[in-house]
Design a protein around this ligand. Sequence first.
Ligand code: KIV
Ligand code: ZN
Length: 505
Amino acid sequence: MKKIFIFDTTLRDGEQSPGASLSSQGKIQIAIQLAKLGVDVIEAGFPIVSEDDANAVKTISKEVKGPSICALARCIKKDIDCALKSLETSQKPRIHLFLATSEIHRKYKFGKAKSEIIRIAKESVNYAKKYISEIEFSPEDATRTEKDFLLEVCQTVINEGANIINIPDSVGYALPEEFGQLIGFLKNNLDEKIILSIHCHNDLGLAVANSIAGIINGATQVECTINGLGERAGNASLEEIVMNLVVRKDYFGIETNIKTEEIYRTSKLVSSLTGIMVQPNKAIVGENAFRHEAGIHQDGILKNRATYEIMNPQMVGIPESQLVLGKHSGRHAMQNKLKQIGFNIEEEKIDKIFERFKQLADKKKDITDMDLIVIAEEETISTISVYTLEYFHTISGSSTIPTATVRLKKGNDLFEDASRGDGPVDAIYKTIDKITGCNPVLKEYKINAVTGGQDAQGEVIISLIIDKVNFIGKGVSTDIIEASAKAYLNAINMYFSKKNIFKKG
Ligand code: KIV
Ligand code: ZN
């Protein structure tokens, strides 16, 4: 059966989603999960943008085995050098060069003639080829570029050694039929040894449809992001493309290397680390994607699931929300359950997770897979904890001034303080600011119930601006004030671990 390569751009194009923020640590966690998911290529970043971006590409290159690791570069020598440097430790490095080719870009962005664009593309690929064998080239805004000129650019860079040609619909302008024809035209006219790739944006909501049209017409690599994240309306969603190919294998006859059971976990991880929630009706990974509300549908499902389900939630790794463990379950049972849901956690971390599990079991009767997942994620993915929350106490009510007392631990030192606020959460945040000496601006605060029921755990995701940088923090607890405090501290810890500032409290 034919295979198509999955090139994930969540860490690059996806990271550019307005409102998203990813720390280097978050990027590495996502890259590890993407490797588990089975993507063929990870675009780890655009190293010239900042030292942080370059470091993330370096670390991913060193630590993530399996997929090719790719770095983005404009057709500029300093970009290429920087990308090559950040890929030095990768076993399977790839550089991705891009240059806009459409008339509107040539005229307004560059003020350059077609011949100049050809020259720059040619020289850049020629230069990079001296140092790296795998070169991907993207004529940016390809779908608004004259067809004959697009072909000329592609042929030029192939002659210089580019082995992957990626056709981006950079502004989401193409229609499926049109995009399919363009890919068919290039497939027929370009060297058949190259990998022909597609990269679709979602401005008109057609990114996945266009990608599918590209695949039908001969593309052998598809670029996409988890949860469809990306600039403006986003990019083509990985999970939607892959599940189209899986569910309609009868039609496409095409396979990928994706382990579909890892899709849901990857989606959750990306959502919690970027702070961008998934809309409930999002195909494949949305909360409602497998829910049946209408009576007629429920009746059909009870008689035969296939009446209203073309795939089942287990195929994409959605845990059944069954009762898993309770107050009397032991460490071993919990560890087994974690393994079953796919977490391979080092022994040292199990103790802490078990302690949290026991605390939760005291407060919450039914502990589900989702409950366990959020605890495991929090304990395994968190940043270096510069400060930990030892204790908090709040007073609030309609006729009293909200006040909070907080005790934090840093190393072996304890710090305690108190403040008033507009509410108990605000009072806690002001106290944490006093102790840590941080003065963040709270940009966003979101709260979500992890599972249903009155005793559900609350998951708080916040976004803080500290020294002009955005930090996302996450906290989980059955007590929403505690979850709020933990999320705030998590973001502040990210800031400290990034800056390596260990201010005396
Ligand atoms: O959308 C786009 O054109 C891109 C290129 C860098 C491939 O993201
Ligand atoms: Zn793009």
